[in-house]
Design a protein. Structure first.
Length: 369
């Protein structure tokens, strides 16, 4: 019995057969022991409870008519998971699994003290984003826990964002940044926008998904904006909703920070095809490509002929990039407002201005104040 078989069994709960169990049906520890004994096969594929839980939570949101049975399924799975202490490794014996599912339902029906298994908030964020897009006309299906969406729907979403940013033109970074920041209130913080840094604890606050929209703004920064203020506000609100939900449901980790420098709506789909399946921490480059596109290639040009000196250059260039990124996020600097002198002063403790300019050369012919 594979993962889909399990989901199918729990989405259509079998009758509760109390006669499968001869002991005290209110003794949850004894029931747990029976579940554990039934499922001791040490071979086969590893059962990862996280995708199953997320799939069921999303399906409950997309198909409200199944909410009750899906919640029963989640409870059943969590009881089995806890009883076996995550050591279950294979759906090898259907009879044993069916009995274990029966026992889990007996456990919930007759336990004297109610139990409630919590689920990660990010699963609900993803499910809510799917529901939002579905109400906007996007074709999203979730059948037996498996989520599918046509590529044409993703294309339509990214093109919708692109078209709105293009119309805004010179309204620029500050307005885009402001509206995204406002949207990420404390109640709506997305799990997926922590910056992944090996030296920084994971318990840092998330940042809004500026990277993708930043790239589009860079593309259209010189276009005049002919819209009235109320029209600009309307488009900004649409960009806020569309970009937030796009970034929440997609696996942003597939977007390399190096390859993402010149991303636009024509090629972003190649980088955003796989759904987020695990509650990992994802990284979106938060810095404008106008700064980054000259620094990153230089870093990687050095890799083929590594010496102590070139490795030192790579390290310094990386520190410069991180420092620029940090100040942009912390102090609200945006492209066009962080001058070359600002950068040299900011990174004075890392390297000299001459060496920064020589090693990365990111500042020539750029439109900076």
């Amino acid at each position: 019995m594979n993962q889909n078989d399990y989901i199918g069994k729990t989405l259509k709960p079998w009758p509760i057969l109390v006669d499968h169990y001869n002991g005290d049906i209110s003794d949850y520890k004894a029931i747990y022991e029976n579940i554990s004994l039934l499922l001791q096969d040490p071979s086969g594929i590893w059962i990862d409870s996280l995708p199953i839980r997320k799939q069921l939570i999303i399906e409950a949101k997309l198909n409200p008519e199944f909410t009750k049975s899906i919640h029963q399924s989640l409870d059943s799975f969590m009881a089995i998971r806890e009883a076996t202490r995550d050591k279950v490794t294979k759906f090898s014996n259907k009879t044993a699994w069916i009995k274990a599912i029966h026992f889990s339902f007996i456990y919930f029906l007759h336990r004297k003290v109610p139990v409630n298994f919590g689920h990660p908030d990010e699963y609900h964020f993803i499910a809510n984003s799917f529901c939002y897009l579905k109400t906007k006309g996007f074709h999203i299906e979730c059948i037996d826990g498996l989520i599918s969406v046509d590529n044409s729907e993703l294309t339509r979403l990214s093109q919708a964002i692109d078209a709105r940013v293009k119309r805004l033109g010179k309204v620029g970074f500050r307005a885009i940044t402001s509206v995204l920041n406002d949207h990420f209130s404390k109640d709506e913080q997305r799990f997926f926008f922590y910056r992944r840094r090996p030296t920084v604890p994971k318990a840092q606050k998330p940042y809004p998904p500026h990277g993708y929209v930043y790239n589009l703004v860079c593309k259209y920064i010189d276009l005049p904006c002919k819209l009235k203020k109320n029209q600009q506000t309307y488009l900004l609100n649409e960009i806020q909703d569309l970009s937030t939900h796009l970034a929440t449901i997609l696996d942003i980790d597939k977007m390399s920070p190096w390859a993402n420098i010149n991303t636009n709506s024509q090629n972003i789909l190649e980088k955003l095809q796989e759904w987020v399946l695990y509650p990992e921490i994802f990284y979106i480059p938060q810095i404008s490509p106008i700064h980054g596109k000259k620094i990153f290639p230089r870093i990687f040009e050095l890799i083929d002929n590594n010496t102590p000196d070139t490795l030192s250059e790579i390290d310094k260039a990386s520190k410069v990039m991180n420092r620029i990124e940090d100040v942009i996020l912390k102090d609200g600097y945006i492209c066009g407002e962080l001058s070359e002198k600002d950068i040299y002063r900011l990174c004075a403790d890392i390297d000299s201005p001459a060496n920064i300019k020589k090693s990365s050369n990111p500042y020539q012919n750029l439109h900076m104040k």
